[in-house]
Design a protein around this ligand. Structure first.
Ligand code: SAM
Length: 372
């Protein structure tokens, strides 16, 4: 589900939506983007929290492992004031909207560089020069998000004016691993996803990226299930994501090669690097299971759309489109077409800067149909 783009586009077309993501931050963000408060309630809530946070009576300092490393004392104090003020808001959906604003504030005011999705502390000289203002940052993010809520409700209203039914689309979102035996919809017309292109550790560390924001949000206000172990280390969510576990990976090579000719042709190209082989096999093993689970509810004749990028491993380009076609064929899907898109590099800023050397300038949309 990621940040919920397909979810919103479904709502704006009056289509029911079912989505899943392993990351609690992706689930909260998707929930709030699809159920924001009204623009005026959002603005009033932001103003109220800012006013309360500026009250001189103070707040106890919020604490968690590493808080002193990742936050300047003044920033920590301001974030603690904001957190206390948000907790005092009575209505849970309003609080969730405010937590999303706080999450973005945390990302921008922490001591971790904003130029990468990894947790990577600024240099001592940069840290000495930095004095971000958390309350002012929250206020400006809150105002911007309140106007996004206005745009959202305007689009929903426009859709409902032309809808054939008076029922709004149904939205179900779950925090779970696609690898677990989740209970999903029985029958769907279409599936759309941009799955990870490799293990998070060497592609995009979505888990690390959400680690600090999730430390500031009370877990009872999150959406769906939350388990404490998800935050036991900065690497935990990434290690549970596709390709995160490499246990027994080399032994699984033969079995996975039998499922994809494209993969069987690729693996010998990195055959002299067991470390890389292990990563690619571990990811492919999870990816094949994930594609099977995700396509299970698709109706016969239903389409699936996969936005894919081809990253490089050991200086060789991984043929992810062909591998995906091979795996999907095992689950009764036939390829219909591949649409290539050239992306402005700016759009893929975070991934493009990643050390894996991903070929992020081009994207492919693979379209398949369920034929058996
Ligand atoms: C490439 S991102 C999706 C990006 C999204 N299309 C967007 O534009 O925001 C991949 C998503 O897959 C999720 N993910 C990784 N492993 C998962 C798993 N085992 N189960 C469910 N979601 C998983 C990640 O948390 C991440 O949100």
């Amino acid at each position: 589900m990621g940040s919920g783009t397909v979810l919103l586009e479904s709502i704006y077309r009056g289509l029911n939506f079912d989505g899943v993501d392993i990351n609690p931050m992706a689930v909260l963000l998707s929930h709030v983007k699809s159920h924001p408060p009204s623009a005026s309630a959002a603005s009033t809530a932001v103003e109220g929290v800012v006013k309360q946070a500026r009250d001189p009576s103070g707040a106890p300092l919020h604490t968690f492992t590493g808080v002193e490393k990742w936050f300047h004392p003044q920033v920590r104090q301001e974030l603690s004031l904001l957190r206390q003020a948000i907790r005092a808001v009575a209505e849970v959906e309003t609080r969730r909207f405010l937590w999303v604003c706080l999450a973005e504030t945390v990302r921008l005011v922490s001591n971790s560089r904003t130029s990468t999705v990894k947790l990577h502390i600024y240099s001592p000289s940069d840290l000495a020069a930095r004095r971000p203002k958390a309350i002012a940052m929250f206020e400006s993010i809150g105002k911007a998000n309140a106007s996004r809520a206005a745009e959202h409700w305007a689009r929903v209203l426009k859709q409902s004016a032309t809808a054939l039914t008076t029922e709004p689309p149904e939205v179900h979102i779950q925090r779970a691993s696609i690898l677990s035996d989740i209970v999903g919809p029985q029958s769907t017309d279409a599936i759309m996803s941009s799955p990870p292109y490799g293990d998070n550790g060497t592609t995009v560390t979505y888990g690390q990226h959400s680690y600090l924001p999730l430390q500031w949000i009370p877990h009872e206000d999150l959406v769906g299930t939350f388990e404490e172990h998800l935050l036991q280390s900065t690497a935990r969510i990434d290690s549970l994501s596709l390709g995160g576990s490499r246990v027994g990976a080399l032994d699984a090579r033969k079995e996975i090669e039998e499922k994809s000719t494209a993969l069987a042709e690729f693996l010998p190209l990195i055959g002299n690097r067991p470390d890389l082989l292990k990563k690619v096999v571990a990811f492919s093993r999870d990816y094949e299971t994930a594609l099977g689970r995700a396509t299970r509810p698709l109706k016969r004749g239903g389409f699936s759309f996969w936005t894919l990028g081809e990253r490089r491993v050991g200086k060789q380009s991984v043929p992810l489109v062909r591998i995906t076609q091979d795996f999907l064929a095992l689950h009764g899907q036939t390829s219909v077409l591949v649409i290539d898109r050239v992306l402005p590099l700016k759009r893929k800023r975070m991934a493009g800067l990643n050390q894996s050397g991903a070929t992020m300038g081009t994207e492919h949309i693979l379209v398949t149909v369920k034929s058996s």
